[in-house]
Design a protein around this ligand. Structure first.
Ligand SMILES: NC(=O)c1ccc[n+]([C@@H]2O[C@H](COP(=O)([O-])OP(=O)(O)OC[C@H]3O[C@@H](n4cnc5c(N)ncnc54)[C@H](O)[C@@H]3O)[C@@H](O)[C@H]2O)c1
Length: 280
């Protein structure tokens, strides 16, 4: 018997619910699984063509979504997304803040300042803006669940670039602070920290089979993760099955972060070079 996630009729907004290439990204998987669980899903993406495959996957499963083209770095466009969700479905229950990019390379000494600002805007401020627009609607309903996409690299140091892990660590701070602020309103806020997930974000960087194997074996379970693994975590955190859980950061990483601390750290958004330490 299928698991009832208690999501029938709930309204869920998923940002970055397209994928930059064919395949199953984290946002795409979350959107498809939420729809399959009975939610009305609003898929948001700045690139309309990236949402087509999300809709096809939904159609294969007998579901559909409202597709909205919007840039989540714009306060006005975030407000418009939530208004469209409200006007169409009459409530907003779930917000998945999934948009995130690898950002610029470099250390604090040599990275490009404009690119740093843009990375903060995309990976962090967008989550604040979407939450700011959605929370009043959640308050007007039965509360809600917000899920912010962090990363395993937001939990540990050692990443070769400074911008990406800094934003992902900030997502952890945002999540815990929001959980405390909005818990009394019945709004739960949690984060997911994916590890080496094989998604279009990763394969569009041209990763070869050797690097894929290396990533797979970096974590104790030695199983390659996909967007579906992240989507399943979203499904759990979105609905009443996690009603007593807020302010947590859930690693979805085959145990990767559990093994760290003895040298080396993952570079989740980049293709790893030769291992620095056994298994990392
Ligand atoms: N793939 C991994 O290994 C991995 C690991 C850890 C964390 N993550 C996180 O997962 C999230 C992304 O996962 P994904 O697989 O869905 O990525 P993806 O790149 O496949 O899809 C992201 C979508 O976001 C859209 N987008 C980009 N900027 C936008 C904007 N300003 N407004 C609206 N939409 C915008 C893109 O058009 C794209 O379709 C990110 O937050 C990323 O940091 C990924």
């Amino acid at each position: 018997m299928a698991i009832d996630f208690g999501l029938e009729g709930a309204v869920a907004i998923v940002t970055g619910g397209g994928s930059r290439a064919s395949g199953v990204g984290n946002g795409r998987a979350a959107a498809v699984l939420l729809a399959e669980a009975g939610a009305h899903v609003v898929v948001v993406d700045s690139a309309p063509q990236n949402m087509a495959e999300t809709r096809s996957l939904m159609a294969e499963r007998g579901t559909d979504a409202l597709l909205v083209t919007a840039d989540v770095t714009s306060p006005q466009e975030c407000a418009d997304v939530v208004r469209q969700a409200w006007d169409t479905f009459g409530r907003v229950d779930i917000l998945v803040n999934n948009v995130g990019v690898a950002g610029p390379s470099g250390t604090v000494v040599d990275l490009d300042l404009d690119a740093w600002d843009q990375c903060l805007r995309l990976n962090l401020t967008s989550m604040m803006l979407m939450s700011r627009a959605a929370i009043p609607r959640m308050r007007a309903g039965d509360g809600g669940s917000i899920i912010n996409m962090s990363s395993a690299v937001g939990l540990v140091g050692g990443h070769p670039e400074v911008a990406y892990p800094t934003t992902k660590a900030a997502v952890v701070g945002l999540t815990k602070t929001m959980a405390a602020h909005h818990g009394p309103e019945g709004i739960r806020v949690n984060a997911i920290a994916p590890g080496y997930v094989y998604t279009p974000m990763v394969h569009s960087q041209g990763i070869d089979d050797g690097a894929r194997e290396q990533r797979r074996h970096a974590a104790p379970l030695a199983i390659e993760g996909t967007g579906w693994d992240v989507g399943d975590a979203v499904l759990f955190l979105a609905g009443p099955r996690s009603r007593w859980i807020t302010g947590v950061v859930l690693p979805v990483d085959a145990g990767l972060t559990a093994t760290l601390g003895s040298g080396g750290a993952p570079s989740v958004t980049s293709v790893p070079g030769p291992p620095k330490a056994p298994g990392v």
